[in-house]
Design a protein around this ligand. Structure first.
Ligand code: GLC
Length: 412
């Protein structure tokens, strides 16, 4: 899809003015002055830098519109966030009004009619394919992508060079060879060094890792015709489960605590302390690894996850979408906040500040972004070919079953 240059150049001042006018109108309608603005709650979780970003966003929104937004802080773990939200939504509670949702829950939230349709959104600014796949249900737009995720392989460029490897691995087999060699040498002075770290704990992240070990032909293999049954017992998946198990128990390049403790932040911190050659993680880790005080700053590279034997590489599609609860008592205000979060200016700040991949496609051509985040166009390609998890209403239950079995395999 082509990017509409004019669209990206629409004067932010004009948009902001109309937003402020809308807010003033809504407040006046509600009979509220600035001092008695209605309560609006936004539920959001994530890594510490993410929460700091959201604090700034709500503060600026309040400054610009006079409407405060209360942040309901959630843990980073996606399953825990979903469970907390479901309690409020099942009970039809008026708060939270605005929710940030993992792409993995959209099928459930839409089928449960927990989201109010979004009005007044300029759809062409967003990736068509993502909106159609994830956010539009029965022709109605229920959410908007704030940021898109694709699983990546981070590697220590300096160590690969030191050991004479010119390229990061393109296959899991090569990763095993490189990781085993480098780990053996590094352990002579650092017994806690690992060849490869990834997310093996029993939670949603384990599923996305499994998708990448299994490659493009594996994971949730679906029939292309009704009744769309999903198959898991296919050779690619059996090979992936063996490989994941063997990384821990046979090759011993991944820590034993992979299956009890490893989630994204555990992986990110260990890699950042210089304790691994390879790490599987999402794009958010890049900016943190490159912070001025990071021991691995300037020493890393990033590529797509390797390919399994006889298969193609796959990157899991992740990401977080924003929507308004159907039970919200301040729906128009909540919608205005959603449009603000997804506006060009706020999304641009998110990219420059956190290095995340925006849900808006027009930002991938922004000159300042292209200069500061040179790999953004590579990410655009990775995102558009990434493997989605099944967008079915019962996906969280399906995921829980697979998580349990897979995690018990990893436990030996
Ligand atoms: C990231 C992804 C999300 C995924 C989660 C798994 O937050 O954006 O889609 O479900 O990681 O831990």
């Amino acid at each position: 899809m082509s990017v509409d240059e004019n669209d990206s150049m629409a004067p932010p001042l004009q948009r902001r003015t109309s937003l402020v006018l809308l807010l003033l109108l809504l407040l006046a309608q509600a009979g509220c002055g600035q001092s008695s603005a209605p309560r609006m709650v936004f539920a959001v979780g994530g890594a510490p830098t993410e929460l700091a970003f959201w604090e700034e966003v709500v503060r600026d929104f309040a400054t610009e519109t006079g409407q405060p937004v209360e942040l309901l802080r959630r843990p980073a773990d996606t399953d825990q966030q979903r469970q907390a939200l479901i309690i409020a939504l099942k009970a039809g509670m008026v708060d939270p009004d605005v929710v940030l949702m993992d792409v993995a829950w959209l099928g459930l939230f839409a089928a449960s009619h927990w989201l109010a349709p979004l009005d007044g959104v300029e759809r062409s600014a967003f990736f068509d394919r993502i909106l159609e796949q994830v956010d539009v249900h029965d022709g109605r737009l229920l959410a908007l992508p704030v940021y898109l995720d694709a699983g990546l392989l981070y590697y220590r460029r300096d160590l690969l060079e030191q050991f004479g490897y010119e390229q990061p691995p393109a296959t899991w087999q090569t990763l095993l060879t490189q990781a085993t060699t480098v780990q053996r040498a590094m352990r002579q002075h650092d017994p806690d060094f690992y060849g490869f770290i990834w997310q093996g704990r029993q939670y949603e992240g384990l599923i996305t890792n499994f998708q990448e070990f299994a490659g493009a032909q594996g994971a949730f293999v679906s029939a292309s015709a009704p009744p769309y049954r999903l198959a898991l017992d296919v050779p690619q998946n059996r090979a992936a489960w063996h490989l994941m198990h063997d990384m821990i128990w046979q090759y011993r390049i991944s820590p034993v605590f992979t299956y009890t403790a490893m989630q994204e932040e555990e992986t990110r911190r260990l890699f950042q302390r210089g304790k691994a050659l390879f790490a599987r993680n999402w794009p958010y880790a890049w900016a943190l690894h490159q912070q001025p005080d990071s021991p691995i700053r300037g020493k890393i590279g990033v590529t797509l996850p390797p390919a399994p034997a006889g298969g193609e590489r796959a990157s899991a599609l992740g990401g977080w979408h924003i929507g308004v609860s159907r039970f919200s008592d301040v729906r128009p205000l909540a919608q205005a906040f959603v449009r603000y979060v997804c506006s060009y200016a706020v999304q641009k700040r998110m990219v420059l500040q956190l290095g995340w991949n925006p849900g808006r496609q027009d930002l991938y051509n922004d000159p300042e972004i292209r200069q500061q985040v040179p790999h953004i166009h590579v990410m655009r390609e990775a995102l558009l070919s990434a493997q989605a998890r099944p967008l079915v209403p019962y996906y969280p239950q399906l995921s829980a079953i697979v998580q349990r079995s897979l995690n018990s395999v990893l436990a030996g």
